[in-house]
Design a protein around this ligand. Sequence first.
Ligand code: PLP
Length: 392
Amino acid sequence: MQLAASMSRIGTETAFEVLVRAKALESQGRSIIHLEIGEPDFPTPRHILDAAKSALDDGWTHYGPTQGQPDLREAIAETVSRSRGIQVDGSRVAVVPGGKPIIFFPLIALLEAGDEVIYPNPSFPIYESMINFTGAKPVPIPLVEERGFSFDLDLFRSRLTDRTKLVILNSPANPTGGVIPAHDIRALAELLAPRDVMVLSDEIYSSMSYDRQVVSIASMPGMLEKTIILDGFSKTYAMTGWRIGYGVMPPWLVEAVNRLMVNSNSCTASFTQRAALAALTGPQEPSRQMLAEFRRRRDAFVGALNTLPSFACRLPEGAFYAFPNITGTGLKSKVLADALLDRAGVAALSGTAFGAFGEGYLRFSYANSLENLLEAVERIRQCLNNGNLSKL
Ligand code: PLP
């Protein structure tokens, strides 16, 4: 028996594989500092846990509407309208099990062979995986370190064709921590508004920008009807394991996502939706505190990384990732990432786990204690000093 040919085109997310290798080393007694996985190391805030427990006691244990509970959809619409400066209601919201399904479902609904998709590279590996899965043509655009990991707009313009059906943006970005500046968003919108294209704007880190205001392309003239906003609860409320997220999109696409949802999940878990409602309507202080702590760690960790002779790390403007340039080591990214895990017990990801243009970089998640982050840098320093890495 053979798998369908389309399965040979679907990719994976290396972070989970590195986590397995790191855990295997730990089970042999090795000390490992985990900087590979992209999830907040904070607990889900107490009032959200309480809301979920009450919801279970109150019988939110049955099927619900495929599109999501109406009051949650309205709360999401209100939050998104306020934070993005747009006007949407709950009819444009699809509640799904995590942010990822807002990549999976819309790409399946929109793309087929012959279509072209412009997307950043390096970027979240699921974009490329799903573009390939649908049979569409991936058109990666390298991110430019000197532009804060935004696009070269001339290059972007040159890659637009009559076949471009979808453009994927991600700001603040995984893996670079870059935030696309407002003037770039405006320039991209001016290019895209007159065209027959859709934009998937992955805004899962929208609440995690340290200095710059995050601008959604959906707020630009003519773009609301062309934009799918992806957001959710995983990062902002430390709810990665709850599996709940949402998309905001034009009604005709909500309808398609609903059909894919009813064929796959029926609905998102009912009690987690009650918890998500509590997350949006309850105190936001825990999220603010988490962001303040990430900022403290970012400043210290990036400062420490830049004391390593062959590392050069820009200050990331958002999310919780540092993406140092390691070309000074003379090593390939994957070789260095493997060596750091095996020899120094520091689990990080090769930039190439996020696409070919990630060569020359490593990704560290600083969702770990300040103490561990600084210890990781010292371990890397020792490894670079006496690891005979040049022979690798
Ligand atoms: N988009 C980006 C850029 C991410 O980094 C992630 C998670 O790492 C997701 C989407 C998916 O989020 P979720 O865990 O809610 O599915």
